[in-house]
Design a protein around this ligand. Structure first.
Ligand SMILES: [Zn+2]
Ligand SMILES: [Zn+2]
Length: 121
C-alpha cells in the first residue's frame, strides 16, 4: 500500500496482535477501524512503538486535507476527535480506515491516558 498523502511506500508495524501501516516518508499511520479503537483501549507504549515518524513531516502532511482512500479511492471525510477537537484526521466514507499524521496518534492516546488517570482519582 502507498501513503495516501505523499505516495511513499508504507510499512507494516506491529503492536501486540495489531498491524498498522506506517508511511516510510511522512510517518503517517493508517488504521483499520477496529485497530484504532483497540489501540486507544490498550495504549501501553503504543505511541512509542507505532508513532515514530518525523513530527515536522507530520505537521506538513497535516496541511493535506483532500486525498483519497488507498483502498477504494473515495475522497476521505474530515473528522475531529470528539474528546480532542483540535486533532483532525480523515476517514474513508466506506469504512476502510482512518489516517493520522505523524504525532497525532501520540496526541490522541496521551490525552486519553491522562483522562483515565484523572477519572480514577
Ligand atoms: Zn506519507
Ligand atoms: Zn475506502
Amino acid at each position: 500500500m502507498d501513503c495516501p498523502k505523499c505516495s511513499a511506500e508504507m510499512e507494516h508495524v506491529f503492536y501486540n496482535q495489531i498491524e498498522v501501516d506506517r508511511c516510510t516518508s511522512c510517518g503517517g499511520l493508517w488504521f483499520q477501524p477496529d485497530e484504532l479503537r483497540d489501540l486507544r483501549n490498550d495504549i501501553w507504549m503504543a505511541d512509542y512503538i507505532i508513532d515514530t515518524g518525523d513530527k515536522s513531516a507530520g505537521k506538513k502532511a497535516d496541511a493535506i486535507k483532500d486525498y483519497h482512500c488507498p483502498m477504494c479511492n473515495e475522497s476521505m471525510l474530515h473528522e475531529s476527535d470528539p474528546e480532542q477537537p483540535h486533532i483532525t484526521y480523515e476517514s474513508c466514507p466506506n469504512g476502510h480506515g482512518t489516517y493520522l499524521d505523524s504525532g497525532e496518534f501520540t496526541d490522541l492516546v496521551k490525552k486519553t491516558f491522562w483522562d483515565k488517570f484523572k477519572r480514577k482519582k
